[in-house]
Design a protein around this ligand. Structure first.
Ligand SMILES: *[C@@H]1O[C@H](CO)[C@@H](O)[C@H](O)[C@H]1NC(C)=O
Length: 353
């Protein structure tokens, strides 16, 4: 399927090819997310990991929710955990969107872009672990708050994690500061690097690619947050602001303004930054053989377990040595790579050792 995004790409000299565009430009309101269902897989996102209230309890869109430097986005998303944000009987709060695309976002070398901000209003608790922007196997993600199993009571840091190691890049997560992020994932070489900047600054590669058990079925990147429970700490309302969410191949776009523009660029409309996948210029197939209806993540209606595993039942995937392989809240692989076994550390963390 051909789709013209050349005009929008011309705006940024260093742009790669957008494989999937999750910048909320195609949504007029978060209620558009309700269009998506397992039987009607439309729009840029799958919407199914959330609590039982209406969508506006968990996801809201507004121009004021985006990084102001991001001119490629007309709006950002406020993703909320409230007292109802328990998905499907689980004991952890979570609000997550997942790319709805058949593009090859899980092949070759790709960049997963997003910008993230917190406010002083409804701040993420520093006393609980939050997994942010993660894959089912958790080979890379951000984390915020006290890490399960860590010493102490709270943790003010925002951390980038690779294979369960969360000390390669950290920053104090101050309110009102936009953190621009790109995961540089090479699914062929099995490496992940980390790009970062704040505000309107260009992205800089702050951690060179390192080996990881990169694995994704092309429909398991969680744009949102999963909070692990911790006894003795009450739920508080938490808001996470997201913008500039897209995945590209080729060379990285370092400008936070992102490729394209939601309304400019030679009279284009929002379709110029549509989620319609554009064929990659590499030899990577543009369609995966996987379909989201058989993604390893179970449909809500079929999961009744109250333990915090959304994917353990599907088995199949393998966690690398030193990677997390279990625990209350774990949604990733539970089988350990050869030479390692899954060792219990605490109720919330088991590791391949
Ligand atoms: C969702 O459905 C409504 C009503 O049919 C439609 O107006 C809107 O454009 C749809 N949104 C998307 C993103 O497809």
């Amino acid at each position: 399927m051909k789709f013209p995004i050349l005009a929008s790409l011309a705006a940024s000299a260093s742009a790669g090819t957008i494989l999937w565009d999750g910048r909320f430009n195609d949504l007029s309101s978060s209620t558009d997310l309700n269009n998506w269902s397992w039987g009607n897989q439309v729009g840029p996102y799958q919407y199914y990991i959330h609590g039982s209230s209406s969508v506006t309890a968990y996801v809201n869109l507004s121009p004021s929710y985006k990084n102001p430097a991001d001119s490629g986005s007309k709006q950002g998303a406020k993703i909320t955990l409230d007292s109802t944000a328990y998905w499907n009987g689980q004991n952890m709060r979570r609000t997550e969107l997942i790319p709805q695309t058949t593009a090859a976002i899980n092949k070759g070398k790709v960049f997963y872009h997003f910008s993230l901000m917190r406010s002083d209003t409804n701040p993420p608790a520093q006393t609980r672990e939050h997994q942010i922007g993660f894959f089912e196997s958790h080979f890379t993600e951000l984390k915020a708050g006290w890490l399960s199993g860590a010493a102490g009571v709270s943790d003010p840091l925002l951390r980038w994690c690779i294979s369960g190691q969360c000390d390669k890049w950290t920053t104090t997560w101050d309110a009102g500061v936009w953190h621009n992020v790109a995961y540089e994932i090479d699914f062929t070489a099995n490496t992940v690097g980390f790009w970062h900047s704040t505000g309107g600054d260009d992205l800089v590669r702050v951690v060179a690619p390192q080996s990881a058990s990169t694995s994704s079925n092309g429909a398991d990147w969680h744009v949102g947050v999963l909070e692990l429970p911790r006894s003795g700490y009450a739920d508080s309302n938490e808001d996470y602001y997201w913008s500039g969410v897209y995945i590209e191949s080729g060379s990285i776009t370092t400008s936070v303004s992102g490729p394209g523009s939601p309304s400019g660029g030679g009279g284009g409309d929002s379709s110029s930054s549509s989620n319609t996948p554009k064929p990659s210029t590499s030899s990577v197939p543009t369609k995966t053989t996987l379909v989201t209806s058989t993604t390893t993540t179970q449909k809500p209606s079929t999961t009744t377990s109250t333990v915090a595993t959304t994917t353990a039942g599907t088995g199949g995937c393998t966690a690398g040595k030193y990677a997390q392989c279990g625990g209350n809240g774990w949604t990733g692989c539970t089988v350990c790579a050869g030479g390692s076994t899954c060792k219990y550390s605490n109720d919330y963390y088991s590791q391949c050792l």
